[in-house]
Write a protein that binds this ligand. Structure first.
Ligand code: GLC
Ligand code: GLC
Length: 812
């Protein structure tokens, strides 16, 4: 069952009922000011950091679900309704929500009154603009009252939901222009130089800033007293819960419409210019912001600018094939999700509360693989920021806070895959841009500039960390965990409240990871190539020798007979082996070792992927392990704490499915690679939205596995490395346009019946118009013509000054 449809021309997903199985959300904001908005107008807003600078309050764990938001109420006689249906939930005569790239629109009607709401965050301003239009479609005059409503968060979202003894006394506001502009200035007096505003571009008939006054002390936003009365109370909050609500009386002749513009903004003042009079905040920048978005023309122009920004971005990689689902994912939604992961990492979604994790080291490095072609300059800065949280021995803070860019010491380091992801991200950046200068940038360790070294030295530390932290089988030590955060082989957490990852010794001299071994082979080689580019052949040779050792250990101690072992535990027992009672085979080393090329020539790779197909595959994707753990294994940790079929315990953890798909392309299996791609691809499972539940336009972190009661159900949509990896898979391996250090390589691996396709790729300042002809073969370019001339191999030689390349490739 579907709850909407794709409108590819408009670059939108159209939701046709507010009653989706879960809130289906969108992200607004491109730089520093962000909002989450659901298809019923739920969500919240923050500046830079969802924990420390949150503008509006949201209640996770609330009932009903997805409540609080930025709401508009329309009172028409005794009927009260919302354009997004929530929170009043009056049945609407029509409803449509369109989630576009950085904006959302709602068009709804009730009793012949139509409301249109457009909400977006402009490119250059720290605000969310909402344009609200009411249209009278009745035969008679309509006398309506429009109310707006936002509830302020007292900035620190964590403290805001805990520290009531203080917080209920700190709330402060100012109101100007007869109530049109409401200023939220809690804590501005002492430690802050920022405040928030909510203003509307018209005179109002009333306002409220006290939640209790507007809602009534015993009501929720589903039945606000002021709206029922048709009249705000003019309250000025002092402590308790400050809000901002406007009341506008709207009289419309038949056919008439009126439009209002609401601006929710964040303002920072210079420390020495905070006040315009004692206790009165300096409002100049706020007034300038409100003036900027005063007219419909200005708002429309700003939306146009946003749309053009996206059109330009998405022209960097564009495919047109005979498969419209592939085209819409590649050209629109997959790239869009990659950008959202750039902005959010794993901080703020409907499943990540925005107060826990900041930016993940491994997560951000992997996200980069999916957006580096879109915003290379910002990717460059991101690499430097991430590398700045590395320690001198090559290990790294597992997470850092976006506002301060400092590592989080509560989680610390010790996730032994982290260092190698820095090589992955940097290599991708350089292959995309050719900008070797980044390797010479001086980058601090643990943010301490006095011990700074070049980025290349950082990568060397990463490489050496793995090379010098190996266990009894010559495989890399796992530390607290590797990519699988739940495989905690050194932790032994026995009691509730003990962190699975950081309790106990956490790091040990024995437990080893075959997954990190695969990573070391892949990124060790990429490191060696970087050394070569810098002219350091000796370092490249040394690196390749180290890689060879780990390669050999992987093919011996890391091989179980039919697939790769997952790990060795703290007692040197195998994890992910036939010898185990449960958890005999894990997906990660099969995908990653094979995509790194391990065991290809030895015939192990074929076997490993066959085992994956036989033992882990389902109709909804490939499970992370089998058989699921039915008991808690102290020696394995959190992985065995989840009920069978969920999350890391035999769920379909979408992030690693593209690894297997890529691995299949390495072996030339286009049919199978594409089959794997389709299983988790949102557009391909739109029809089962009632089973899948999460948004049909983005990937979720997990789909419940075969052992779970709700097999096929998605969870944790949006903020997942799945976005980047599936984009890498489809764009670079299946469609086969891969950036190398020497230019673009064309080497598609597609199903036999995929048909011909064209790709436009902008790369290093040139445009490549690539057409691929398929003669029923899955892989193997038999002919490559570049600007009419035949070229040997797969790489299009880069020619200085040539801005257009016409490329014709024939497979088979
Ligand atoms: C989550 C984490 C990611 C980890 C994965 C597997 O998605 O964000 O860092 O690799 O889970 O445990
Ligand atoms: C839990 C989750 C895992 C996530 C981790 C983040 O272990 O199962 O997916 O990566 O938390 O710390």
């Amino acid at each position: 069952m579907k709850y909407g449809f794709f409108d590819d021309n408009a670059l939108e997903y159209v939701i046709t009922t507010p009653k989706t199985p879960l809130p289906w959300i969108n992200y607004l904001g491109n730089r520093e000011f962000f909002s989450l908005i659901s298809n019923t107008c739920g969500g919240y807003t923050f500046y830079k950091d969802a924990k420390l600078l949150r503008l509006t309050r949201y209640r996770y764990n609330n009932v009903p679900y997805d409540n609080n938001g930025k709401y508009f109420f329309i009172k028409d006689g005794d009927t009260i309704w919302n354009p997004g249906w929530q929170p009043v939930k009056t049945a609407l005569d029509s409803y449509e929500c369109r989630h576009g790239l950085g904006y959302s629109t709602f068009t709804s009607s009730k009793d012949d009154v139509e409301a249109k709401v457009l909400t977006f965050v402009p490119m250059e301003d720290n605000c969310e603009v909402s344009k609200v239009t009411l249209i009278n479609k009745k035969n008679s005059d309509a006398s309506l009252t429009l109310f707006s409503y936002v509830e302020w968060c007292l900035w620190n979202a964590d403290d805001d939901m805990k520290n009531f003894q203080r917080n209920l006394s700190t709330g402060e506001v100012e109101v100007t222009d007869g109530g049109s502009v409401i200023y939220h200035k809690t804590e501005y007096r002492e430690r802050r130089n920022h405040y928030a505003i909510y203003g509307v571009n018209t005179a109002v008939d009333g306002f409220d800033t006290s939640r209790d006054a507007f809602l009534g002390a015993y009501n929720g936003p589903d039945s606000p007293d002021a709206v029922k009365e048709g009249k705000c109370t003019g309250s000025v909050a002092s402590g308790w819960s400050p809000i901002a609500a406007h009341q506008i009386n709207v009289n419309l002749k038949p056919g008439e419409s009126k439009t209002f513009i609401f601006t929710l903004g964040y303002i920072e003042n210079p420390e020495d210019d905070k006040w315009e009079a004692p206790s009165v905040v300096n409002k100049k920048p706020a007034i300038a912001m409100l003036n900027k978005f005063k007219t419909e023309e200005a708002v429309d122009a700003s939306l146009e600018e946003l749309k053009n920004y996206w059109k330009e971005l998405l022209s960097i990689y564009h495919v047109s094939s005979s498969n419209d689902k592939v085209d819409r994912m590649v050209n629109i939604w997959n790239q869009y999700q990659c950008m959202v992961t750039f902005n959010m990492s794993r901080s703020a979604s409907y499943y990540e509360s925005g107060i826990g994790r900041g930016m993940g080291f491994r997560d951000s490095c992997q996200d980069l693989l999916g957006f580096v072609h879109l915003i290379p300059d910002r990717a460059r800065q991101r690499i430097i920021d991430i590398a700045s949280t590395q320690f001198q021995d090559g290990s790294a803070y597992h997470q850092y806070q976006p506002l301060t860019k400092k590592g989080n010491s509560d989680i610390g380091s010790g996730f032994n895959d982290d260092p190698l992801w820095l090589i992955a991200g940097t290599s991708a950046y350089i292959r995309e841009t050719g900008d070797l200068s980044i390797l010479k940038e001086m980058v601090p360790f643990d943010n301490d500039m006095s011990v700074a070294k070049t980025l290349m030295d950082h990568l060397k530390c990463s490489f050496n960390f793995t090379a010098t932290h190996k266990g009894p089988h010559g495989l890399p030590l796992i530390g607290r965990a590797d990519w699988n955060d739940c495989l905690n082989l050194n932790c032994f957490s026995e009691h509730p409240g003990e962190s699975f990852q950081t309790f106990g010794p956490s790091e040990g001299p024995v437990a080893e990871s075959v997954f990190i071994a695969g990573m070391f082979v892949k990124y060790g080689e990429e490191y060696a190539q970087l050394a070569e580019l810098l002219g350091d052949d000796a370092e490249a040779a040394r690196a390749r020798e180290e890689v060879k050792k780990v390669y050999d250990a992987t093919c011996t101690a890391g091989w179980d007979g039919d697939w790769f072992v997952r790990a060795y535990d703290a007692n040197s027992n195998k994890v992910g082996s036939k010898e185990c009672e449960e958890g005999q085979i894990y997906i990660e080393p099969q995908g990653f070792c094979v995509l790194a090329g391990v065991g290809v020539k030895e015939g192990l790779a074929e076997k490993a992927l066959k085992s994956v197909e036989e033992r882990l595959d389902t109709k909804y994707g490939i499970m992370i392990l089998q058989p699921a753990y039915t008991k808690y294994h102290l020696e394995l940790g959190e992985v065995s704490s989840y009920p069978p079929g969920y999350k890391e315990n035999a769920g379909i953890f979408c992030h690693n499915n593209p690894w297997v798909s890529i691995a299949e392309t390495v072996l030339g299996h286009g049919n199978r690679a594409f089959e794997i791609y389709k299983k988790t691809c949102p557009a391909f499972i739109e029809e089962i939205s009632d089973v899948h539940c999460t948004e049909p336009y983005v990937y979720s972190q997990m789909v419940a596995g075969r052992d779970a009661k709700f097999f096929g159900q998605g969870k944790n949509s949006w903020l997942t490395g799945t976005a980047a990896w599936t984009f890498v898979n489809i764009s670079q391996y299946i469609l086969g346009v891969y950036p190398t250090h020497n230019g673009l390589s064309i080497n598609p691996c597609v199903p036999e019946d995929f048909g011909d396709f064209n790709i436009t790729r902008k790369y290093r300042g040139a445009t490549y118009n690539i057409s691929v002809k398929q003669n029923g073969a899955q892989k193997g370019v038999s002919k490559l013509l570049v600007n009419g001339k035949e070229v040997e191999g797969n790489v299009i030689p880069y020619e200085e000054g040539v801005k257009e390349y016409t490329v014709e490739a024939v497979i088979g």
